[in-house]
Design a protein around this ligand. Structure first.
Ligand SMILES: NC(=O)c1ccc[n+]([C@@H]2O[C@H](COP(=O)([O-])OP(=O)(O)OC[C@H]3O[C@@H](n4cnc5c(N)ncnc54)[C@H](O)[C@@H]3O)[C@@H](O)[C@H]2O)c1
Length: 252
């Protein structure tokens, strides 16, 4: 599980652990990673907690080697959760910024897939965390959105390429969920530029809401589900522009 030290990743790692899974986690935030590792240890669920940057393919390989040694070479579930970005229009994004967003949201996913799929056997599952932005325009987040869309495309292709191995591949696409990462973004851009948690559902989503869907997709209950995306967004994708009117009802 990548990016497991906080937010959606942390909630997911703990959800798996509470259901009895043994979990290997990685993140680039040392203190937060120590915290989640301690919680996983208390649940007797920790395989390893590795401080690393998933954009570094060498470090991903080292994690693969460590996990292969500890789990007798077998991985049942891979959750590609790490990701993020900054707000800038396409013309404000330098080629260096673009490369960083591609590495953060796409290349690290492919390098995890390349390293971990060979450790996965019959019946294994992959869940990629994408975004509502993969399904609509993303002003201020053009490269991030394009990379999340690329991960969704790869999710479909891998579902077919890995079907013979009975490895299921799916994505979850959250809309805005209050997490530390989202709070950082709000602080960086200023609240007035951040948007609101204004989904059709009456209350906000939580990291646990996303974790629950990831666990479902990784479970036997989803045995016949592959190559698809589950939207965890309180109805935003379905709304497609419809919004609640000030006097009730819906406006387009
Ligand atoms: N929160 C939202 O509103 C929202 C909406 C749509 C999609 N997402 C996606 O959900 C995923 C999790 O987001 P979150 O909101 O929980 O963010 P978060 O910042 O709260 O948590 C992400 C974790 O991933 C780690 N991480 C990020 N890049 C890393 C790297 N290169 N190497 C190692 N660790 C790394 C971070 O250190 C952090 O602990 C991301 O892929 C994000 O794009 C989030």
């Amino acid at each position: 599980m990548t990016g497991a030290a906080r937010g959606i990743g942390r909630a997911t790692a703990l959800a798996f652990a509470r259901l009895g899974a043994r979990v290997a986690v990685c993140d680039k935030l040392a203190a937060e990673l120590d915290d989640v590792a301690a919680e996983l240890s208390e649940l007797d669920a920790l395989v390893t907690a590795r401080l690393m940057d998933v954009r570094d393919a060498e470090q991903v390989r080292a994690l693969r080697d460590e996990i292969a040694a500890t789990t007798a070479g077998s991985v049942d579930v891979l959750v590609n959760n790490a990701g993020g970005g900054f707000k800038a229009s396409f013309l404000e994004t330098s080629s260096r910024g673009e490369a960083a967003l591609i590495a953060e949201n796409f290349t690290q996913v492919t390098s995890c897939l390349r390293e971990f799929v060979p450790l996965m056997g019959d019946g294994a599952r992959i869940v990629n965390v994408t975004s509502i932005e993969a399904h609509r325009a993303g002003p201020g987040f053009g490269i991030y959105s394009a990379m999340k869309a690329a991960v969704e495309s790869l999710t479909k292709t891998l579902a077919l390429e890995l079907a013979e191995m009975r490895i299921r591949v799916n994505a979850v696409a959250p809309d805005m969920i209050p997490t530390p990462g989202d709070a950082d973004l709000a602080a960086a851009v200023g609240m007035s530029d951040h948007g609101s948690y204004d989904q059709p559902w009456p209350d906000d989503g939580t990291p646990d809401d996303v974790a629950g869907v990831i666990v479902f997709l990784a479970s036997g209950l989803a045995r016949f589900v592959t190559g698809t995306t589950v939207h965890v967004d309180g109805g935003t994708h379905a709304a497609s522009g419809w919004r609640r009117g000030p006097a009730g009802g819906w406006l387009l």
